[in-house]
Ligand binder design. Structure first.
Ligand SMILES: NC(=O)c1ccc[n+]([C@@H]2O[C@H](COP(=O)([O-])OP(=O)(O)OC[C@H]3O[C@@H](n4cnc5c(N)ncnc54)[C@H](OP(=O)(O)O)[C@@H]3O)[C@@H](O)[C@H]2O)c1
Length: 173
């Protein structure tokens, strides 16, 4: 957590309104062949990092709205369509993304509590895209990937309206 607290300290003079814990690590393979270090890396980047950044910045975004009532702040956690179903050879990655989706659902219940002073002060949304152009998709599926700007624009347009989005209608379909 010290690392994240340092980020908070070093960015304290910035008026941050939108936080997107986006980093992700994807490796597939037979469970008995995947090196333990690769599994550790997936749990660290896809789970620990997302939980830590979300927790620390959520608190800061809440304070932002308390200080300037009426302004909006948001957190977009980046899950994946992979969170919707487990697959062979991808058990760890899919499970890490299910964790992100579940965390978003839980936080969503918390921020929507109409009877609490923090109600609806921060827009929380989970992005669950399908295959999108980046370094992540394996070569044999890259021709199916959706341009990044399409997914990002779709997601940002949905922020404040939906608790989760696929970013692109075809991914949802
Ligand atoms: N592309 C897809 O088809 C797809 C679909 C669904 C969800 N997603 C999710 O979208 C998010 C973004 O991924 P991407 O598609 O843009 O993949 P990408 O091109 O591989 O980028 C992954 C990002 O995560 C960062 N990262 C990975 N390991 C890290 C570590 N140990 N410490 C710090 N940063 C680390 C990378 O930083 P460096 O550049 O410094 O290595 C890079 O910025 C991920 O959460 C991914 O799971 C992607």
């Amino acid at each position: 957590m010290d690392h994240y607290r340092r980020i908070l300290e070093e960015t304290k003079d910035l008026d941050i309104s939108l936080v997107i814990p986006n980093a992700g690590y994807y490796k597939t393979g037979r469970q008995d062949h995947l090196p333990v270090e690769v599994i550790e890396q997936m749990l660290d980047v896809n789970i620990y990092h997302v939980g830590a950044v979300t927790k620390l910045f959520y608190q800061r975004l809440l304070d932002r709205t308390l200080q300037k009532p009426g302004i909006h702040s948001g957190i977009v956690t980046v899950s994946s369509i992979a969170s919707c179903h487990p697959v062979a050879f991808g058990a760890i990655y899919h499970a890490t993304k299910a964790w992100v989706s579940y965390m978003n659902e839980g936080l969503q219940l918390e921020v929507q509590r109409a009877d609490m002073p923090w109600s609806k002060m921060v827009d929380v949304m989970c992005l669950k895209p399908g295959i999108t152009v980046s370094n992540m998709p394996p070569a044999h599926v890259r021709h199916l990937a959706t341009p990044t700007d399409v997914v990002v624009r779709g997601a940002i347009n949905n922020l404040g309206q939906y608790s989760e989005t696929y970013g692109y209608w075809l991914h949802e379909f």
